[in-house]
Design a binder for this molecule. Structure first.
Ligand code: FES
Length: 166
């Protein structure tokens, strides 16, 4: 299961303007709550607090109920996330092959811990119980791409080059 805690510093959060919120929620008038939340996350990549407050106001739904729904589903996020999702395996097969040192190297290289996004919103970091490729351990996945037999050194190189086309 994916672990995500949405702990990106609030100072980095780009919040939508009231006009943008109004315009999107006008379009979504009549849509049920789940559909609204999905559309909002699609639009901004996360569920900004002012949007949730406005949904509560417009639909006359208690804000606590909306947050209850949001926290129930792992795919909803209340803070912005990095463009690239790094998933580091912390499963047993990877653990015995050095996953702890690999995760530390990822955290050191990106300057974040599990559940956080980098300030430039380039990467977010999650850990998973198994990526299904134990024979490649230690393993991480960036977006849909697997990287196996990792070492702290190779992690640094992969992350430094990721997205630069190298
Ligand atoms: S334990 Fe890491 S991929 Fe299965």
């Amino acid at each position: 299961m994916t672990q995500s805690h949405d702990t990106t510093p609030a100072s980095e959060i780009p919040e939508p303007t009231p006009e943008q919120i109004g315009s999107l929620l006008d379009e979504l008038a009549g849509v049920e709550l789940m559909g609204m939340l999905q559309s909002v996350q699609q639009r901004w990549g996360y569920l900004p607090a002012p949007v949730l407050r406005e949904i509560a106001r417009r639909t006359r739904t208690p804000l606590s109920r909306i947050y209850g729904v949001v926290s129930f589903y792992a795919n909803f996020h209340t803070a912005p996330r990095g463009r690239h999702t790094v998933r580091a395996c912390r499963g047993t097969a990877c653990h015995v092959r050095g996953a702890t040192r690999v995760l530390s190297a990822i955290e050191r290289t990106l300057g974040i811990t599990e559940g956080q996004s980098t300030p430039d919103l380039e990467f977010c970091l999650e850990t998973v119980a198994c990526l299904g490729t134990c024979f490649l351990g230690p393993v991480m996945m960036i977006d849909g791409e697997y990287f196996g037999n990792l070492t702290p050194e190779s992690v640094q190189t992969i992350l430094a080059n990721y997205g630069t086309g190298e």
